[in-house]
Design a protein around this ligand. Structure first.
Ligand code: C2E
Ligand code: CA
Ligand code: CA
Length: 770
């Protein structure tokens, strides 16, 4: 323990105990009483009864110290309750001893045995103090039962030790003790023991630990005193009364002081060692008892030993159970944590981190294939239908992805609308891609949304870099996006180059559109028999400031990929309608029948598309019957919304043409459900159709297709246009097969509007079929 002076300085410097009521002066008073007691005992002036005065005098100091403490407003209510109990206890005890002092002077020079009223007061005082100690709350409520058990063990163990080596020999040695002395000794004993075991389990709390410790010390000093106060041995009684007893009040005063300056202090692990000390204590007691025959006091030890063994066994079982529970809880939380770290919270698929780890592991083992899956138009869904719908769609997509992949790989969500698959060794990337796209072709989530995805596939040799593989898959995915039609692409060397070019073009397109760099050229559709112009196809060109005229093949995919095809297509549509109306006005209704701009699938998805078509017609004054929209098969196959748009256009008089006919996979069933009125035989069936040397199966096949298409068209009442006619032989052959209309460089190349105007004016002659 620190000296009071040091404690005061520490308290002052920390500013905690500058309170003038700090009970330091009562410590001084208790010290003075103690010192006087020692001096008296050594010099022995006056009668022996004087020895009985020091105890009540010390009591005054102790009680005053507690009173001073209780006046402090900073005292916690729990601590206040505790100190009130101690106050009452100590006060009552002191009054009891005052009574004893009075009796001592009356009977002087005989020394008195403690009279009953005084003993009763002292006993009540100790009981109240005990009650106060008991009610001090333990800090940790979680382990109540375990703590209670531990404290019982400690109490029994330490108690047994004290009993064996302290109380029992004393009691048996001095059989002449009065009953009240025995009771007081017992109570002091219990109070001291209770205080010790209690304080071992108190964490930081309102009642200062060291204060409780001092109270316990007080009580144990009391035991010592009681044992010294033997009637027949006057010397020890005088020593106890004059020297030892006042020390107990010194402890009380210091305890009150400690409480006054208490700042809590750090929480600490409490009482863990006590049960083991208790066990050792009871063992020592038992061994000592066994050395001689058993007296009645020894049965206390035996019973305590049995009790303690049982308690420790229970305690051990509880600890075991608790450990098991803790272990399980920890394992569960570890599992949960690991899952959280490696999985995507929304879809439950693995996340980017897991993907990278697994791909790296796979690369260590052998050739590794990954698929990168990116949703087209997901942003549109999110923006137009809201994030909740977007989230549900992502969950559905995750499900579709998982069932598409099946046991062939590990599907993960990388970010946003980006997914990926790590293929198991030996799985076929193309087959998995196809299955995934099949799954995606079904309407998804409760909103029955159609999702389209682009898939990039890349394979790396064992030991090749992870990042390189992912970059290649990304390049392939980007290429797939740009193609639009083929929804998956496998990476091949050198693929980066055009993709990068496309990416650059994408950025430039917007600027070009704003700067008005796009032009529309026109290619006539001609009656094969007469060379008469029956229609024109507007074809967009980019008049690039440095690269010159850029063909649509170089920028249309990028425009489709970025969505810029929508404003670009709108521009071509308006310009074509305006130009056609102008020509009709200038050259009359027979100069051409139709104008047939190309429409991309992205435009069909635009909910304003129909309105825009009719706005273009209205603005230009072109009648709807004169407009044909050219669509590819894959565009037409895009679900119920597109189908509705097309039927509406048809119903309102706009004709539809199926472009590049024969290259897709649909054909017959498509023609039944889709309101087309024109089909355009793809150039690939025209190429080489004139080469009819026998034994050229390719040429024969092409002719067969051309023949089948014309028969089909005839049966369905559709017009046909043969595309890409590059020479007269092709034109003749097609005519013989039944084609009446054609388009191609041989008949007329696409040309700027002013040149087309001269052609329509009859000033330029077209090649005319024989
Ligand atoms: P398409 O709709 O099949 O257009 C016909 C393409 O074939 C045009 O190429 C045309 O110049 C070319 N062509 C015509 N006759 C012959 C021939 O005898 N031989 C050869 N080798 N080619 C011939 P262009 O103008 O480069 O357009 C390419 C594709 O770009 C078009 O194919 C069309 O799909 C797309 N496209 C062009 N303009 C637009 C547009 O305004 N909007 C949309 N969405 N796509 C367009
Ligand atoms: Ca076309
Ligand atoms: Ca075409």
């Amino acid at each position: 323990m620190k000296s009071p002076m040091v404690a005061v300085r520490a308290a002052d410097s920390s500013g905690v105990a500058t309170d003038s009521r700090t009970p330091i002066r009562y410590i001084v008073a208790a010290v003075v009483v103690t010192v006087l007691g020692v001096l008296w005992y050594l010099t022995r002036p006056g009668p022996d009864a004087v020895a009985y005065l020091f105890m009540p005098a010390g009591g005054v100091a102790g009680v005053a110290a507690i009173l001073a403490l209780l006046r402090s407003e900073r005292l916690d209510p729990v601590a206040r309750r505790f100190w009130r109990h101690i106050l009452i206890g100590m006060g009552t005890l002191s009054v009891g001893y005052l009574a004893l002092a009075v009796v001592a002077f009356r009977t002087s020079p005989e020394l008195p045995d403690i009279p009953l009223p005084a003993a009763a007061l002292a006993a009540i005082g100790m009981l109240v103090a005990m009650w106060g100690v008991m009610r001090v709350p333990l800090g940790n409520t979680g382990a109540r039962r375990r703590q209670l058990l531990d404290r019982t063990i400690a109490f029994a163990g330490v108690g047994t030790l004290l009993w064996t080596f302290g109380l029992a020999p004393m009691i048996t040695a001095h059989t002449g003790w009065s009953a009240q002395s025995c009771v007081l000794i017992g109570l002091s004993f219990l109070l001291g023991l209770g205080g010790i075991t209690k304080v071992s389990y108190i964490e930081r709390g309102p009642v200062d630990r060291s204060a409780i410790r001092l109270i316990a010390a007080t009580a144990l000093t009391g035991v010592g005193v009681a044992l010294l106060s033997v009637r027949n041995e006057n010397e020890s009684t005088l020593l106890a009364q004059s020297v030892v007893m006042p020390v107990t009040y010194l402890f009380v005063a210091v305890g009150a002081y400690r409480q006054a300056i208490a700042t809590g202090g750090p929480a600490r692990r409490t009482g863990t060692w006590l049960p083991y000390i208790a066990l050792a204590a009871v063992d020592v007691s038992l061994l000592s008892v066994l050395r001689h025959g058993l007296a009645w006091t020894d049965f206390v030890v035996v019973i305590a030993t049995v009790l303690l063994t049982g308690l420790v066994a229970v305690r051990q079982m509880m600890a075991l159970r608790e450990n098991g529970r803790l272990l399980r809880a920890q394992r569960a939380s570890e599992d949960r944590l690991r899952h959280q770290v490696t999985h995507d919270g929304l879809t439950g698929l693995g996340n980017r981190g897991l993907f990278r780890t697994r791909v790296a592991e796979a690369l260590d083992r052998g050739d590794t294939t990954v698929l990168l899956v990116d949703l087209d138009d997901f942003k549109t869904v999110n923006d137009s239908l809201g994030h909740d719908v977007g989230d549900q769609l992502l969950i559905a997509v995750a499900g579709a992805l998982s069932s598409g992949v099946g046991p062939d790989g590990l599907p993960v969500r990388l970010a946003g609308d980006e997914f990926a698959v790590l293929l198991c060794p030996g799985a076929d990337g193309e087959a998995v891609a196809r299955r995934v796209l099949d799954e995606f072709a079904k309407p998804m989530s409760e909103h029955r949304l159609l999702v389209h995805a682009s898939i990039g596939i890349a394979t790396a040799r064992a030991g090749e870099g992870l990042d390189r593989l992912l970059r290649q898959a990304d390049v392939a995915m980007y290429a797939a996006k740009q193609r639009g039609k083929a929804n998956w692409v496998r990476y091949h060397d050198g693929m980066e180059q055009p993709v990068l070019a496309h990416a650059q073009i994408g950025g430039e397109l917007r600027r070009a559109l704003d700067a008005g760099e796009f032009r529309v050229h026109y290619q006539p559709v001609v009656e094969l028999a007469t060379g008469r112009i029956v229609g024109v196809e507007p074809l967009v060109r980019w008049e690039h400031p440095t690269r010159g005229l850029v063909a649509p093949g170089e920028f249309i995919p990028a425009a489709e990929g970025t969505g810029l095809i929508v404003p670009l297509g709108r521009f071509v549509l308006r310009e074509a309608c305006r130009q056609a109306a102008e020509w009709l006005a200038e050259f009359g209704p027979d100069c051409m029948q139709k104008i047939a701009p190309n429409v991309s699938v992205r435009q069909l998805h635009d909910p304003d598309f129909v309105a825009e078509v009719f706005a273009a017609l209205a603005e230009s004054g072109l009648p709807a019957e004169r407009l044909v929209l050219e669509l590819t098969e894959s565009a037409v196959l895009r679900g119920p919304q597109v189908s509705r748009t097309l039927h509406e256009l048809d119903a309102r008089g706009v004709r539809l043409a199926l472009d590049d006919f024969g290259t897709g996979e649909s054909s017959l069933s498509l023609l039944r459900s889709f309101p087309a009125s024109i089909i355009k035989l793809d150039k690939s069936f025209v190429d080489g159709i004139e080469l009819d040397e026998p034994g050229t199966p390719a040429a024969e096949a092409r002719q067969a297709v051309a023949r089948a298409v014309i028969q089909l068209a005839g049966a369905l009442g559709l017009d046909t246009v043969a595309e890409g006619i590059e020479n007269q032989e092709q034109a003749d052959r097609l005519r013989r097969l039944g084609y009446t209309l054609g388009q191609g460089y041989h008949l007329a190349r696409p040309m700027p509007a002013d040149e087309m105007t001269r052609v329509l004016a009859g000033r330029v002659q077209l090649a005319v079929a024989a």
